[in-house]
Structure formats: structure tokens, C-alpha cells
Write a protein that binds this ligand. Sequence first.
Ligand code: DAH
Length: 344
Amino acid sequence: MKEKLELILKNATDEINNADNLQTLEDVKVKYLSRKGELNSIKKNLKDLSDEDKRIVGSFANTVSDKLFELISQKNDILYKKELDKKLNEEKIDITLPSDFRPHGKIHPLTKTINEITEIFQGLGFSVMPKEYSPEVETEYINFDMLNFPPNHPAKDMQDTFYTKVAPNVILRSQTSGAQIRQMLNQKPHVRVISPGRVYRCESVSARKNNLFHQIEGLMVDKDITFADLKGILNEFVRIYFGSSRPTRFRASYFPFTEPSAEVDVQCIMCGGKGCRTCSGTGWLEVLGAGMVHYNVLKNVGIDPEVYSGFAFGMGVERLTMLKYAINDIRLFFNNDTRFLNQF
Ligand code: DAH
């Protein structure tokens, strides 16, 4: 039996030395040291020996088993380290490699137009109004009353307004004109500002109209400002914005907060003035409303209308963008379809 044990020790030691990975080592361990392993089968036969032999062989069997456990444990440490090194080497990350291609976002065409128009007016001496004068959730008082819309006057129906339940008479502003009021309450002439922003109207959505759109409000108040100044500034704006000589026309109009009032139309780019779906067959697209600031509006904000005069205008950002790039449906701006947005 002793010889058998010696043979086991020799064979097992050889196999442990030859094992070159953790799995093989584990197999060796099972083969010799598990419950059904070779060592245990010898230990099971000890009962047939004399007491004296039992002690000697039993003790030697334990020595062999201890020795094998020790050898396996040492070899295990070596192989474990070897495999870990191999794995770390194979999975090394090269942080200097260029990253995956990620498409870049683009500036939205409406933002682009707002930036462009802002720059034009800055070049004409206008500054941008502080944001706090131009809240999107506004009071009826600022949006209408202070702008000389008489109470319950049908003029209020010109702009179908979204009313909120926040508080009585709190609305989503239907126009950026309220910003004029806040500006003039906070700054006395000389005033020369623009204010871009979102406005809301309860209208049925179509190729020409959306519930949400953008306007840029303009305001200039000083001594001796006349309608000629208004025409001069707006003509200059149209010339710079469209680059070439796009036909425009001034039409007499009505707004409660200006007197006299006008609307400026630009010839439809889609049909060249012949009439199409985009311009409802008229050949023209209205891009802005304007006029001389009404006597009552100046009085409402505490500016003496006998001393000062001014003009104001409000332009539609979507319309101006559509005209410049020949876009025939306003809804395209709000669908977030990258095939459309990527073209700008
Ligand atoms: N607020 C008007 C609208 O939304 C546009 C407008 C007209 C603005 C005349 C003005 C103005 O400042 O003077 O239809």
C-alpha cells in the first residue's frame, strides 16, 4: 500500500507540474483528492490492515494528501496570476484610438433666423430686450389692455388666445407686443430694442399656421420719430435679410396699439407671385405688422406722447424662414425630422 501511495504522490506531482491551466489543475485535484479520488480509495482499504500498519500507512496517506494540497495550492496561485495577466493583456484598452463617429447636432433653422435678424438689428443700433420683459405666460392686462385693446373689444378676437387656469386673466401670450410695455415701464426714451420669443394661438393647424410660433418685436421711441424712420428701417431690414431685391409692399392696416398701422408683405417665393397653396393664392405673404406707437400706449406707460413718438413692429420668424428657404409647410419646423433639419 505504501508503494501505491508513493506512486500516487509521484504521478500526482508530475501531473501538477505539467498542468498549464486552472482547469487541468482542477481535474488533477478531483482525480486524486476528491471523495471518489485515488487517495480516498486507499484510505477506505485501511480497515483491512493490522493496527500497526493502519497507523503507519494512514499517517503516510495523510502526509501525501497534505503534500498534494500544498502543491496544488502553490500551482493554483501561479496559474491564476498567469491567466489574469493574459486576460489583462488581451483586453487592454487603447485610449488614444479615435472614438466612434457621432453625428453633430445642427442649429435649428428658426434659431438661425432669430440669430440672423438679431444681428441685422444690432447693426442698425437696436439692442436685445432683457428676457424678463418677455414672459410667455402673460397677463391679459399686459398682452391686451395696456396695448390699448378696449375691454371686450372685438379686436381681442384678432388673436385667438389660450387662457390658463393658473389665475383669472393669465394667458399664453398671443404676441410679443407685451414686451414693449414692460420695456417702456422700465426704460424711458431713448428706447431702441428688439425682443424675440414664442407666442401661442388657438388656431387650427395648417401648412401656414401653427399653435406655437415665433415673433420678433421691435420698438423705437424718442423725440421726432416718424413713419419715414419706420419705413426706412424695415426696408433696410428686408434688403439685408433677403439679400437681393425681393418685392415687398406696405399695406395700410389696423392694430389697436399703433396709429397709423401697416403690414408688410413679401412676394411668395414658392410661386413668384402667381398664387399657390403657401400664400393662399394671393402671391404675397405677410411677414410683419408695424406702426407708430399709439398715443394711449405711450400714456399708459408714463411717456409723454406730446414730447415723444415711436414706432413698433412685430415679425413672424417662421414666415421669414419659409420665404428665405422656400419651405412650404410651417409644421416642418416642429416635427424634428432630421432629414429636414440637416439641410440647414
Ligand atoms: N402683435 C402683432 C401681431 O401679432 C404684430 C404687430 C403689429 C406688432 C404692429 C407690432 C406692431 O409691434 O406695431 O399680429
